[in-house]
Every structure is written in structure tokens, then in C-alpha cells.
Design a protein around this ligand. Structure first.
Ligand SMILES: [Zn+2]
Length: 447
């Protein structure tokens, strides 16, 4: 097995991530988070929220609806351009994203360019392709009472999309925040939430799924200051990823996206690439979106998106810098950084070296023996104490101590606290450290 398979297997075995609706044969591109997965995921999201929203005076939180007026996606350009190049094998009818099966071509590939690569069908091995067609990745649904036999025209009127990005939920609230909080520039609006993309071929575990969670900030700046604000944001992202998510700087690469590969709205994009177990992939993007979004919204809505500078009286449309990160991509980066196989006294073990702020449980508490009522009672007391203080604490009295340690190592619990007969004498406990496996004795009061 390669490392990614090991991680997928650990995630399933220990209750981090399960394949979506597995019991009915699954649903491609969906994943369900189990008790430990949801805990790690929330810790990641909360760290981000603390870092970028609660610790900053100029950033405000937003939580917009997933279903939005379809005019949103007309204005944003998604209806016209949120599409991948789809190619169909005429032999076996399999469909693929052209730029994912051929080397050296971009999303903007033409039929001629694709055919020139002489790519063979990954399923049947033949080379007999149809033309490249643009496939819009937005999920459509209908809002209100629409029956299957309603005229197509009526059905179309009620069409809605599951939002393909969270950014538009922020843009449509820009004016609301302006009119209620009167922020000075620069200011940011931050949001965490689900976004949906009908990927042609979901793959690579949670890296390319059809339903994902995004964490985004739209940072509104004066047009002539965008470069310094962009730099500032770039530094903050790196600090967050390295010092709060525990990612290794050696595995993080910044990539200046060339113009031909940039999204239609961006004049500069830096992608933060991460060395995942199966190779380098985008972890997050930092884009300078200019005034593209607000100008479009102003045109489509007929409402002014202008900002009036309180000091100079100057009136203009702010420009936007957008750091955007996928929670699942960050989750996989965090867990693959933490996943380590080492050897302790000649015995192999798997350990998740998650930092304390991210680990699902901070402590595991157990009695040395589960059949000694006085030990169990004392251990329960310590457990309640730690839980009241730290919240995320787990209890384990199964098997022997060695087995408990092994299990807690695998789920990333930094410290195991064991209550033994000495505890009853002098109120001290053994604390065993996950990373060093060293054990020290401390008094309960010091915990
Ligand atoms: Zn084929």
C-alpha cells in the first residue's frame, strides 16, 4: 500500500472518514466524517476562524444561504464559463476531463490540441475521441412546486443552483455590511460553508469531491494598494498553514499562475501547492479579483457598489483580494503531515502527530486495571476534572495499557493519563507522551 492508501485505511478503521452512503454502494465524490473526523475538521475550521476573523479587527463573519438567486451566477460568469473540457471515448462511451488524462494541456484545450496529444482511453486503451465539449459543473435543482410533467419553460424559470463557490454569498452581502458597520478600507468578509461542483471524475480521496467546504475571505481594498495587501495576505496564509496547521514549509510551494491558466476574474493568482502523498496538488489559492465582482453585481442588480472614503470623500468601487482554501484539502494536508510510522523498542507503530490544538482528543484517561473499583472511581474523577477543563477528553479501559497507547497514538491523542495504586496513595498520575512515549509522574493538581 502507498501512504495515501494507508491514510484512507486509518481514516476508515478509526472513524475519521467513511465513503459517502457506503451502505447503498456509495456515491462517487462524497465522504462522510465520523466522530474523530468531524472533531479534527471542526478544530481546523475553528482555528481558521479564530486566526482570520476573531483575532482581526477589520474582518467580519458572514454565513450566507447555499441557494441563491440564479442571477448571481449570471453576473459572476459561472453560467457561461464554469465548465470543464469533457471528452468522450467513441469506443466505450467513457467520459473524461480532457486536461486530466492528457499531459501538458490546460482547461482551455481545443479538440485539435487534444487530438494532437494522441492520448489513449484510460478505460479501453483505444484512440477514437469525440470533440471536446464544455461541461458546466454547477448542480441544478428546482425551487418551489415544480412537477416532472410541467412544461420545460416553467421548470426553467424555477431553476436554482447549489452554489459552486462561497464567494458570491459574500459579495451580495458587501453592501449590507457597508450600510450597517461602516468599515474603513481595507476590510474583509469571511465565510465558511459548503460548495458543490459536479466533477466529471472525482478522485484522490477527499481531494476532488463533489461536495466540499470552503473557507474564504473577500478582502476589500483601495485599488492602488492591492499589491501591498496581496503581500500581507500571502504572509498570513503561510503563517497560518505552517504555525497553526503544523504543515512543513518544505512541502509548501507557491506557484505564480500564468495568465492563460488563471480564472476569468483574476489578474494575479498565487496557488499554494502541497506535496500530498500522491504528488503535488493545489491546497489553496490567493487571487486578485480586481473590481470584477462588484462591477458585475452593480450592473446586474442596478444597485451602487461604490464606496465613499470617510476622510477624502473619494468615491470608487473597491478591489478584492481573495484567499480561498478547501477544508478537505487542508484536512488531508494536515493528516498526511501528521501520519508517521516509526519504531518504539523494536515494535512498529503508526502515530498521528497532530498538534494539540487540532487533535480530536487532548487526553485519554484510563485506570491501570478495569476490575479494581477504587482505581476506576479515581480515574472517573480525573476524567471529569479534565473534561471540565479541556472538553475533548476520552476514556479508555479496554485491553491492556500497551494496546490503549497504540490506539491513542493512531488517533493522535497527545497525552495518556493512567491512574494506578500510587494515585490512591499520593494523588499523582502517570502521563505518557505520544511523540516520545516518555512517561512522567505529576500530581493531579498540575494537570
Ligand atoms: Zn474507451
Amino acid at each position: 500500500m502507498n501512504k495515501l492508501e494507508d491514510i484512507v485505511s486509518l481514516c476508515k478503521r478509526r472513524g475519521f472518514i467513511f465513503p459517502g452512503s457506503d451502505i447503498y454502494g456509495g456515491m462517487a465524490g462524497t465522504w462522510d466524517y465520523g466522530p474523530l473526523g468531524v472533531s479534527l475538521k471542526r478544530n481546523i475550521m475553528n482555528e481558521w476562524w479564530n486566526y482570520f476573523v476573531e483575532n482581526r479587527d477589520e474582518v467580519y463573519g458572514i454565513d450566507a444561504a447555499i441557494l441563491m438567486n440564479p442571477r448571481t451566477w449570471e453576473a459572476s460568469g459561472h453560467t457561461a464559463t464554469f465548465a470543464d473540457p469533457l471528452v468522450e471515448c467513441k469506443e466505450c462511451k467513457s467520459r473524461f476531463r480532457a486536461d486530466k488524462i492528457a499531459d501538458g494541456i490546460s482547461e482551455a484545450v481545443t479538440t485539435e490540441e487534444f487530438l494532437a496529444t494522441h492520448t489513449k482511453c484510460p478505460v479501453c486503451g483505444k484512440e477514437n475521441w469525440g470533440p471536446i465539449r464544455k461541461f458546466n459543473m454547477m448542480f441544478t435543482t428546482h425551487v418551489g412546486a415544480v412537477l416532472p410533467d410541467d412544461e420545460a419553460e416553467i421548470a426553467n424559470k424555477n431553476i436554482a443552483y447549489l452554489r459552486p463557490e462561497t464567494a458570491q454569498g459574500i459579495f451580495v452581502n458587501y453592501k449590507n455590511v457597508l450600510d450597517t458597520f461602516y468599515p474603513n478600507l481595507p476590510f474583509g468578509l469571511a465565510q465558511q460553508g459548503k460548495a458543490f461542483r459536479n466533477e466529471i471524475s472525482p478522485r484522490d480521496f477527499i481531494l476532488r469531491d463533489r461536495e466540499c467546504s470552503q473557507m474564504e475571505i473577500e478582502y476589500f481594498v483601495k485599488p492602488d494598494t492591492w499589491e501591498e495587501n496581496f503581500e500581507e495576505m500571502r504572509k498570513l496564509q503561510r503563517d497560518f498553514l505552517e504555525n497553526h496547521m503544523g504543515l512543513n514549509s518544505d512541502n509548501l510551494h507557491e506557484y505564480e499562475v500564468p495568465e492563460k491558466d488563471r480564472a476569468h476574474y483574476s489578474r494575479r493568482t498565487v496557488d499554494f501547492m502541497f506535496d500530498y502523498p500522491n504528488g503535488e496538488e493545489e491546497l489553496m489559492g490567493l487571487a486578485y479579483r480586481t473590481d470584477f465582482d462588484l462591477v458585475n453585481i452593480q450592473r446586474e442588480s442596478g444597485k451602487s457598489m461604490e464606496y465613499r472614503d470617510k476622510n477624502t470623500g473619494e468615491v470608487f468601487i473597491p478591489h478584492i483580494i481573495e484567499p480561498s482554501i478547501g477544508v478537505e484539502r487542508l484536512f488531508l494536508a494536515v493528516i498526511s503531515t501528521a501520519y508517521i510510522e516509526d519504531e518504539i523498542n523494536g515494535e512498529k507503530r503508526t502515530v498521528l502527530k497532530l498538534s494539540e490544538n487540532l487533535a480530536p482528543y487532548k487526553f485519554c484517561v484510563s485506570p491501570l486495571l478495569k476490575n479494581k473499583p477504587e482505581l476506576v472511581a479515581k480515574a472517573k474523577e480525573v476524567y471529569q476534572l479534565l473534561r471540565a477543563k479541556y472538553g475533548n477528553v476520552t476514556w479508555d479501559d479496554s485491553g491492556n495499557i500497551g494496546k490503549r497507547y497504540r490506539k491513542q497514538d493512531e488517533i493522535g491523542t497527545p497525552k495518556c493519563v493512567v491512574i494506578d495504586f500510587d494515585t490512591l496513595e499520593n494523588d499523582t498520575v502517570t502521563i505518557r507522551d505520544r511523540d516520545t512515549t516518555d512517561q512522567i509522574r505529576v500530581s493531579i493538581k498540575e494537570l
